[in-house]
Design a protein around this ligand. Structure first.
Ligand code: SF4
Length: 322
């Protein structure tokens, strides 16, 4: 469950089949309150099972990173003030998304979309799937993906055996995709409405996806909507950028990949290569605030989506991110 339209319809389809099932959501720590509300009240509206939450924990990874910084950064020529700043912020916050970024020293990006794996796939696998498989159970994981969503998803089978990292366990894992042949968004919403479930209110604000708020893959128009209706979410990410920037050697980390900045284009890479980027710009000038300001304009006539719509293979297979 992501709290979005497809996973909600999948949950409702399972009710219609009259089977017993468990519903699981991964708390990324980067969700809108409306999404928590939608997930937490689903069982009350439908009579289905309460959705179980899993949550990634990066305490150990952050602890190991602290040790590494204390023992290796100075020896590798990292200035002492950068070492001290990193150690000051490197403590787990309990927010999975932020802690993941602190551990990695960066935010995820389309080309390095480790957020899906670390925040959703692994916690569900370790918390739910593997323990079930260890008992010898057969697990059928229902995934709310639709063929009409992308070229890659068009080629997915409706039913599939998954081996891979589970071959050491006695149980068997399958994926079932009950929405694969559901074509339109209207049909998806209609399935949920049959069970008295109205769409997540974020859709009514014009947002196309609600999986994270915002997602690193969100479109330019969506970013402007987020800022227009929920400026506190942008302020939160601004604060996160400042914290994660302290935890990395480069001294800057932005929620949206800086090399995608449509105004700077290649300029940033050239400045960074010459060690001049941070001298020339402050975080306020190139972080999420700058992207938001750009998203509200038609500057340069560039109206294309800044953040590409195609998603990683793991997203396509598991449908973990809307
Ligand atoms: S919804 Fe977007 S930001 Fe969140 S885990 Fe998925 S890809 Fe990453």
């Amino acid at each position: 469950m992501s709290g979005g339209k497809d996973s909600t319809a999948t949950y409702c389809r399972a009710i219609e089949r009259g089977i017993e099932f468990r519903a699981v959501a991964a708390d990324t720590g980067n969700e809108h309150p409306a999404t928590y509300e939608a997930v937490n009240t689903l069982h009350l509206k439908t009579g289905g099972p309460r959705v179980e939450w899993v949550k990634a924990n990066f305490d150990k990874q952050i602890g190991r990173k602290r040790w590494f910084i204390e023992n290796h950064w100075q020896g590798a020529g990292v200035p002492v003030d950068i070492v001290d700043r990193a150690l000051d912020v490197l403590d787990p916050t309990g927010n999975p998304f932020l802690d993941l970024c602190l551990w990695k020293g960066r935010f995820p990006s389309r080309k390095a979309q480790f957020c899906t794996e670390e925040l959703k796939i692994k916690p569900i696998d370790e918390g739910i799937t593997r323990p079930l498989l260890a008992t010898g159970a057969t697990v059928i994981s229902w995934q709310g993906v639709r063929a009409a969503e992308s070229e890659v998803r068009r080629h997915l089978p409706p039913f599939q055996r998954i081996g891979g990292q589970h071959v050491d366990l006695p149980g068997k894992l399958y994926v079932y995709r009950p929405l694969l042949r559901v074509d339109t968004v209207e049909e998806v919403f209609a399935i949920a409405r049959r069970h008295g479930v109205e769409p997540n209110p974020l859709y009514r604000w014009g947002l196309k996806r609600v999986g994270c708020f915002p997602c690193i893959n969100c479109a330019k128009s969506e970013l402007a909507l987020v800022d227009g209706h929920f400026p506190e979410q942008i302020e939160r990410l601004e604060a996160w950028e400042a914290i994660v920037s302290e935890a990395c050697k480069r001294g800057h980390a932005t929620f949206f990949n800086i090399v995608n900045d449509p105004v700077m284009e290649g300029e940033w890479l050239a400045l960074e290569r010459d060690g001049l980027a941070m001298q020339r710009f402050s975080l306020e000038q190139f972080g999420i605030r700058r992207m938001v300001e750009w998203a509200k304009t038609d500057r340069g006539g560039r109206q294309y989506s800044l953040f590409a719509r195609d998603v990683s293979t793991i997203c396509n297979q598991w449908g973990a991110c809307e």
